[in-house]
Design a protein. Structure first.
Length: 393
């Protein structure tokens, strides 16, 4: 069969853009050495804890291999509701205000499809995860990027976001801890943004996928400390906290009208999340948290090591990440764009990173994933330091 033809693709398909994260991973396949260090992908390097795997296997052997309710197994929704009540001080009815999805990406997609009309605006403080923009395009909306100043450590500036709200604003998306910076947004600033959105009949989508990886303080959700929780849609998943990226299990929590719409979208697309993955998630949330806590401690140790190493490097810097699994390295003293620097680091030194421009950042940055072994982090940072020394001498 011919590899191409003259049959047209839809406008929607043509508008979809490749992620810069995956672009660097694909470019890495051209590296000729066998000693590549990847600091590109934000995926925990740990295998899913054994008690979660065993619970899923047991459930499958006992017959949990069939379709579930479109919104997900009620027992799992009840566990998610209780988790949000006890950990996040948020009250969502498991029968009508939570839908279980195939990962957080589908939860986000459902949220946007439920509230974005053609021409609607969705506001993003940047730097932020670039996949958001493609999802807004698929919903035929318009992404409004509000650049957070590096001089304030990429902390949330409510005035900048509030100035960007218009009559066409459907939602503001907040991700804290942030990908790519690791910054945990200020509580007061979040509340100001949520209140302004509510005053303008706009939603706030809280991307909470890293809320279980906050290293100082409580694992707070954005919904934990606001005056208007009724206009917040919470997106979360098992991927990062529980090292369950391959299980593709997330959820969306919000008011019953949104969840009803999202459940209908589920019916029309994938019907439901995997029954086996749902049973794994139930064990992850309600079972032994010891292995989960151990993974978090290891991520924090890696964060501390990376920050200390960068402090020792000449002319470069990064804000100390309060959470998540990334460091956002300012490489502006080096020549060329951050894309050029990332390619030199890959091809000449064998280290895969992601240029900050792919996250909507101004300036020259590299996102480093700390979700790899300490040995790989040490080797990768040694090579980054060597590039810096060679290019600044």
């Amino acid at each position: 069969m011919n590899s191409s033809n003259n049959f047209p693709l839809s406008r929607r398909a043509l508008s979809a853009e490749a992620s810069p994260i995956r672009e660097m991973a694909n470019l890495a396949s051209q590296y000729e050495g066998d000693d590549l260090v990847s600091l590109a992908i934000g995926e925990p390097d740990f295998t899913t804890p054994s008690h979660i795997i065993e619970a899923a296997a047991k459930a499958a052997k006992n017959g949990s291999t069939h379709y579930t309710q479109n919104a997900g197994i009620l027992e799992l929704r009840e566990a998610i509701s209780e988790k949000m009540r006890s950990e996040n001080k948020a009250d969502f009815d498991p029968t009508s205000e939570i839908v279980v999805t195939n990962g957080a990406m589908q939860a986000l997609c459902f949220a946007l499809l439920a509230i974005v009309n053609p021409g609607s605006e969705v506001i993003f403080p940047t730097p932020c995860w670039p996949n958001y923009f493609s999802q807004v395009k698929l919903a035929e909306g318009k992404s409004i990027l509000v650049k957070l100043p590096q001089s304030n450590g990429f902390q949330l500036d409510p005035d900048l976001l509030i100035k960007s709200i218009t009559k066409d604003t459907a939602a503001i998306v907040l991700n804290s801890p942030n990908n790519p910076t690791g910054v945990v947004y200020d509580r007061k600033a979040i509340n100001e943004v949520v209140t302004a959105a509510a005053d303008n009949n706009a939603y706030v989508i809280a991307d909470d996928v890293y809320e279980g990886l906050i290293y100082e303080g409580n694992a707070d959700s954005i919904v934990s400390y606001v005056d208007h929780p009724e206009n917040i849609l919470v997106v979360n998943s098992c991927s990062k906290k529980y090292a369950m990226t391959g299980w593709r299990l997330g959820w969306l929590a919000g008011n019953k009208d949104i969840i009803e719409a999202a459940t209908k979208l589920h019916q029309s697309t994938t019907s439901s999340a995997s029954s086996v993955s749902q049973m794994a998630a139930l064990e992850a949330i309600t079972g032994d948290q010891g292995p989960i806590d151990s993974m978090k401690k290891e991520f924090q140790s890696r964060r501390d090591y990376v920050v200390d190493r960068i402090k020792e490097m000449r002319s470069v810097s990064c804000p100390k990440p309060g959470g998540a699994i990334y460091a956002f390295l300012d490489v502006s003293p080096l020549d060329g764009s951050d894309s050029d620097i990332a390619k030199r680091l890959l091809m000449d030194y064998g280290v895969v990173t992601v240029p900050g421009s792919g996250f909507g950042a101004e300036g020259s940055f590299l996102r480093l994933s700390t979700a790899t072994s300490m040995d790989q982090l040490k080797l990768g940072l040694d090579r980054i330091e060597k590039l810096i020394e060679n290019e600044l001498n």
